[in-house]
Design a protein around this ligand. Structure first.
Ligand SMILES: [Zn+2]
Length: 381
């Protein structure tokens, strides 16, 4: 689409042909619908025409950049991107409301917690005492027992992972604000970004392993890793370095869809047995940028991610566990094939061990010997 057509569309906002044609030309991208876009009816469902969620994100970004608008949060819903007609109407509303804003604020610096000032220790980077570590050991052992009947093996993963694996998982593109890079000496060429990044999610370590070594049609593994996330604030529990214990299951779509419901209820009753009051909430991952708002909204409306929240400090309620149904995202990225040639699905159940420790201390106090006998027995303390 040429730039004059966009300018015409902006200056002739009348809900008529121009706006519709502008949207149609974005859909005519060879990577989206190609020639088929020309004959697509104004009210036809673009998903049924073969447009995927990721392509809708592409359309959203293209619409925002070409019309120099920022589509507001409350309009970023799957319904807004149902058909050419609906998109054209939405864009018309926004164009009327907004003067051109230039580029969306994707590149604004994060307000990162800083180590500047008088504080010596970095916010969100905590040590664990021997007594606290014994609680974490109790949690690990209890989780291992809870899933012993289905977990094939357990792994302890390092705090770094191949950059290529993180990229395949889609992390640097969706969460560049949370990713930690590893820089260092490079062979023969000074210093710079290495082939490693910091582990963002424990389960990322498992997908290449499942693809290359386990090669089972259906399976379940658990993993623990020290993870890093570039959190922007420094409240209790908002850790930049934390231990994550995950159970990952892969297999046929039906099996995985059912497993994530079962995993959610098993996790909830385990947390309640520890005496924590748990709130369950449909959640989304903190995707970056304007396209991220669409991904987050789609994830939430499809209820792919559930979080279990507990108090970790006075008035601070945070997710201590979550279950995430990835559908074919990792199967596609890492080649988890099914015997019939289709792509395997996966889901993971993640526990934030450090946050669980905070939640237990918030509930029972910081003196572990004074915790109720039942809880201490449960955690073998
Ligand atoms: Zn995971």
């Amino acid at each position: 689409m040429n730039v004059f057509a966009v300018m015409d569309a902006r200056s002739n906002v009348n809900g008529g042909k121009l706006m519709e044609e502008s949207i149609r030309s974005i859909l005519a991208d060879p990577g989206i619908l190609g020639d088929a876009a020309a004959s697509l009816a104004r009210d036809a469902d673009i998903r049924l025409a073969g447009v995927s969620s990721m392509q809708i994100v592409q359309i959203l970004m293209e619409v925002e950049s070409r019309f120099e608008i920022e589509i507001p949060e409350d309009m970023i819903r799957p319904e807004t991107f149902r058909s050419i007609g609906v998109i054209a109407e939405a864009v018309e509303v926004v164009v009327k409301q907004q003067s051109p804003v230039g580029k969306p604020p994707n590149g604004e610096p994060m307000d990162r917690a800083s180590t500047a000032g008088t504080r010596l220790r970095a916010p969100g980077v905590e040590m664990t005492s021997r007594a606290d570590e014994s609680v974490l050991d109790g949690l690990r052992a209890s989780l291992a027992r809870l899933f012993a009947h289905e977990v094939d093996d357990h792994y302890t993963a390092p705090p770094v992972i191949a950059r290529s694996v993180s990229e395949r998982a889609g992390y640097p593109s969706s969460f560049p604000h949370l990713l930690g890079e590893v820089h260092g000496a490079l062979p023969g060429s000074g210093t710079g970004p290495s082939d490693l990044v910091l582990t963002s999610a424990a389960c990322h370590h498992l997908y290449p392993l499942i693809s290359e070594e386990w090669r089972k049609e259906l399976g379940c593994l658990s993993v623990e890793a020290a993870c890093y996330r570039g959190e922007a604030t420094a409240e209790t529990g908002r850790l930049r370095s934390f231990r994550m214990y995950e159970i990952v299951r892969w297999g046929a779509p039906d099996d995985i869809a059912m497993w994530r419901h079962r995993a959610l209820s098993i996790a909830e009753s385990w947390l309640r047995d520890l005496g924590l009051s748990i709130e369950r909430a449909a959640a989304n991952d903190p995707f970056f940028g304007s396209a991220g708002r669409y991904l987050a909204s789609a994830q939430q409306s499809e209820q792919l991610k559930w979080e279990m929240l507990a108090d970790v400090d006075d008035g601070v309620n945070q997710a201590v566990a979550s279950v995430n149904y990835h559908k074919d995202h990792f199967g596609e990225a890492f080649g988890l094939a099914r015997p019939d040639g289709s792509v395997g699905h996966s889901a993971c159940l993640a526990f934030g061990l450090d946050r669980l420790l905070l939640a237990l201390k918030q509930r029972y106090g910081s003196q572990i010997p004074a915790w109720p006998e039942t809880i201490r027995a449960r955690l073998e303390l």
